[in-house]
Design a protein around this ligand. Structure first.
Ligand code: NI
Ligand code: MN
Length: 226
């Protein structure tokens, strides 16, 4: 799999020959102005919850590419009214897609869509095939349900966790989360975009390194191949 950071909590993941876009908030992000939203390839857009800093570019990408939205029922229904196709899930549900299996897992956060429509329960995604697996936590606090992931999903190769604190867990809690999910390779997200979530990169990486773990902080536009 190839994971490209698009800023904030947005990623492009090439998985099994399909292009997944996660939580696209790119055009409003001052730090991501060098990313051209209209040039992104997408087969599916995974949306963890309804907040505008996760859905801002869903419509543009879906219209440009014909990609389907994968999210909870409420969010998929909201986009369906705009003519965008999608696949609804709810917490605990797994479904097989062209790219592999996807499970919608618990997140402890809130979820409302930009126009005030109820956005269902927030979630995260575990995606896997026979060879590899990743977890995208979405916006979440540290919570013990993360301990269910190693019991119910294949071994994770990498996990994308929020580390910016204030609106989500910070990196110290993300370090505990990495224990809960049994994964020592973590890609950080949801940091630095706004004043409330600016972090000390060196301190965050050091905290992980001291526990024999790796915290990867990708430049916006940079990729990692696994
Ligand atoms: Ni949020
Ligand atoms: Mn957010």
């Amino acid at each position: 799999m190839k994971i490209t950071y698009l800023g904030h909590a947005a990623f492009a993941v090439a998985f099994n020959g399909k292009n997944l876009i996660l939580d696209p908030f790119i055009s409003p992000n001052e730090l991501a102005q060098h990313i051209d939203v209209t040039a992104l390839a997408a087969d599916y857009i995974l949306v963890s919850h309804g907040h505008s800093d996760h859905v801002a570019d869903v419509e543009t990408i879906a219209i440009n590419t014909g990609a389907s939205v994968i999210s909870n029922y409420e969010i998929v229904s909201w986009f369906a009214e705009k003519g965008i196709s999608g696949h609804p899930l709810n917490l605990g549900g797994t479904c097989k897609f062209e790219f592999g299996s996807l499970k919608y897992v618990n997140a402890v956060h809130s979820s409302v869509l930009p126009d005030g429509t109820y956005g269902g329960n927030p979630g995260g995604f575990v995606v896997w095939d026979a060879q590899q697996a990743f977890y995208f936590a979405g916006d979440t606090a540290l919570h013990t349900d993360m301990q269910l992931i190693p019991l119910t999903c294949p071994k994770l190769d990498v996990a994308i966790l929020p580390i910016g604190d204030n609106f989500t867990m910070g990196y110290a809690d993300a370090l505990l989360a990495s224990d809960f999910i049994g994964c020592n390779k973590i890609i950080g997200c949801h940091y630095d975009t706004f004043g409330y979530i600016e972090i000390d990169h060196a301190a965050a990486k050091k905290a992980f390194a001291e526990k024999g773990k790796e915290l990867i902080l990708l430049d916006i536009g940079a990729s990692i191949e696994l």
